[in-house]
Ligand binder design. Structure first.
Ligand SMILES: NC(=O)C1=CN([C@@H]2O[C@H](COP(=O)(O)OP(=O)(O)OC[C@H]3O[C@@H](n4cnc5c(N)ncnc54)[C@H](OP(=O)(O)O)[C@@H]3O)[C@@H](O)[C@H]2O)C=CC1
Ligand SMILES: O=C(O)[C@@H]1CCC=N1
Length: 274
């Protein structure tokens, strides 16, 4: 009986594998997990003794038709080379490496390929996973991957060309949001007698409440703003500052990250071809 293979147990790999196991969409005895540093798999093996662990990717590939590659972008080629002799037209590879195009991966493995861009928010079963399947992937195989990621996030099926801007909005976004609110909390501490720990706590609780209003309370951004920014009041003045400063900041952020994406893509293009 073929198992499900996961290669790479770092920040994303551990989050996804543990999320899938705790939401019961996969069972420990159905999976093999491989990591370059095998000792990092000791904790998950202790928690789920039925899981098979290894540091041998070719061994894993020999036992699995569905293979998830969660290694860093620059290591994907090396992993595909390691497993090449063990995979066939029946194998289905899913990878999460940002900036690595499906065309690039198809160059190394011309078969069934799915690209997923996960988000750290899946650690709390929230956020969006972006998914694109190539034409070789059957509906059943696509559903399998979509269902796994649905158990830890909302799944959005997209065209490959939208991965870059999409990643900014869902996958890089937790870091951007954290940075924005860290600066807000720091400014709060600088302009008051509150300690940095106090302003951080106030801002995080308000951020959580605002997200709930927007999501569970079905309030749009504009309604939240108009309900808080009393005409002629204090908030209105603060909103004006943000309206003036933020469009340029976010435009620059998008342009910079899209350019970086392009640069990595070009470098990887050379790496995958050579
Ligand atoms: N972090 C994020 O929020 C997101 C990341 N991504 C993408 O996910 C990918 C992984 O990122 P992340 O989890 O942050 O990276 P990490 O560096 O945390 O994890 C990479 C893991 O891969 C393992 N590894 C490397 N080479 C091999 C190999 N040949 N065989 C087996 N295991 C190997 C490493 O092992 P070792 O323990 O030995 O180092 C490590 O555990 C990247 O391509 C990134 O673009 C996509 C969306 C979001
Ligand atoms: O910053 C990165 O490169 C990865 C991809 C998306 C989120 N983190």
């Amino acid at each position: 009986m073929s198992k499900i293979g996961f290669i790479g147990y770092g920040s994303m790999g551990s989050m996804i594998i543990e999320g899938l196991l705790s939401s019961n969409v996969i069972k420990p005895d159905e999976i093999i997990v491989s990591n370059r540093t095998k000792s990092k798999l000791e904790d998950i093996k202790k928690k789920y003794p039925e899981i098979e662990i290894t540091d041998n990717n070719a061994y894993l590939a020999g036992k699995c038709r569905k293979i998830f590659i969660f290694v860093g972008t620059s290591a994907v080629k090396e992993v595909i080379e390691e497993v090449k002799d063990e995979i066939s037209g029946d194998s289905h590879i899913t990878y999460i490496a940002a900036a690595l195009t499906m065309e690039n991966v198809e160059g190394a493995f011309p078969g069934k390929i799915t690209k997923v861009i996960p988000s750290l928010t899946s650690k709390v079963n929230e956020g969006v996973s972006l998914i694109c399947h190539n034409e070789e992937v059957t509906e059943k195989e696509a559903d399998f991957v979509n269902n796994l990621f649905s158990s830890i996030s909302d799944v959005k099926i997209i065209d490959e060309e939208n991965f870059e801007a999409g990643s900014d909005l869902t996958s890089c976004a937790p870091a951007f949001i954290a940075e924005i609110f860290m600066k807000f909390a720091e400014a709060g501490a600088e302009n008051s007698n509150f300690t940095p720990a106090e302003t951080q706590d106030m801002v995080i609780k308000t951020l959580y409440g605002t997200a709930k209003l927007l999501y569970e309370g079905n309030m749009g951004f504009e309604e939240v703003i108009s309900r808080v920014a009393t005409k002629g009041g204090i908030t209105e003045e603060g909103v004006k500052i943000l309206e003036k400063e933020l469009p340029n900041t976010f435009d620059e952020l998008l342009k910079t990250t899209l350019t970086k994406n392009k640069k990595i893509k070009e470098a990887l293009n050379n790496q995958m071809i050579n």
